[in-house]
Design a protein around this ligand. Structure first.
Ligand SMILES: NC(=O)c1ccc[n+]([C@@H]2O[C@H](COP(=O)([O-])OP(=O)(O)OC[C@H]3O[C@@H](n4cnc5c(N)ncnc54)[C@H](OP(=O)(O)O)[C@@H]3O)[C@@H](O)[C@H]2O)c1
Length: 220
């Protein structure tokens, strides 16, 4: 069983992931930025760790991550401005990579974005910035030498989901329930043979565990 630290533990994906991991027998901690969130995390079996990515240095993050062996990064600025997007979706990830290295943690799961999102629609500067920051974070993690997995979900919908997905190295663009994203992350964490992969994800018709098992490279 793993000691998992979730960055973004109170979000739509992260708040669903925590209880799933606890249910699977993992020990789970989660970053939260306001003190009132601690109680709900504790109720879900997640050890709360107070901190704000806007001010945390890589050293601060390394202190938070010490003693864990898996990191999930599912935080995001959620359209709250260009600077916050750079700081949270961008520097948040590069600080996490540096912190993982200094805390001796190899496994990092990053929730990124499906690069086809909003294609053909009106190009808004904030969205363009968000996508380029997400891409730069993916690039940094791929170059990190860590045992990363990058998950690129389609447009997120606030539902628990029906536990059925499409997950593959390339997929037609679509939407995906936040609960299904959490379930896929939980299954990936239980399948360490999948590493150094970029996986696209939408709702689909395959049960999550089966979809994840199909991604294990049999030739390795
Ligand atoms: N929206 C989409 O359609 C879409 C599509 C593909 C990928 N994604 C990505 O998927 C990921 C998860 O999405 P989601 O819907 O679960 O996001 P969400 O509900 O907006 O949650 C974001 C999480 O990040 C945390 N956070 C924000 N600012 C922070 C800060 N300064 N310090 C520490 N934590 C901070 C939030 O904490 P609080 O609870 O305190 O706000 C929350 O836990 C994000 O990276 C997002 O960019 C989104």
């Amino acid at each position: 069983m793993s000691k998992v630290f979730i960055i973004g533990a109170t979000g739509g994906v992260g708040s669903r992931l925590g209880p799933l991991l606890v249910g699977n027998g993992h020990s789970v901690s989660g970053l939260h930025r306001s003190p009132e969130q601690a109680e709900a995390l504790s109720r879900a079996g997640v050890r709360p760790y107070l901190g704000d990515l806007m001010t945390m240095t890589a050293e601060d993050l390394a202190a938070a991550l010490k003693g864990h062996d898996v990191i999930v990064f599912s935080a995001g600025a959620a359209g709250s401005g260009l600077e916050r997007t750079t700081a949270i979706d961008g520097e948040g990830v590069t600080h996490t990579i540096a912190a993982a290295k200094s805390a001796g943690i190899k496994r990092v799961y990053l929730v990124s974005a499906f690069m086809d999102a909003a294609r053909g629609g009106e190009r808004k500067p904030g969205f363009e910035h968000y996508m380029s920051v997400k891409r730069a974070s993916d690039n940094a993690l791929v170059a990190s030498g860590l045992d990363w997995v990058i998950l690129r979900p389609g447009t997120l919908v606030s539902e628990d989901g029906n536990g059925r997905v499409s997950a593959n190295l390339a997929l037609p663009y679509g939407s995906v329930a936040r609960g299904n994203v959490a379930a896929v992350l939980a299954a990936l964490i239980d399948t360490p043979a999948i590493r150094r992969e970029i996986i696209e994800l939408t709702d689909g018709d395959r049960p999550v565990r089966e979809a994840v098992q199909a991604l294990v490279r049999r030739h390795e």
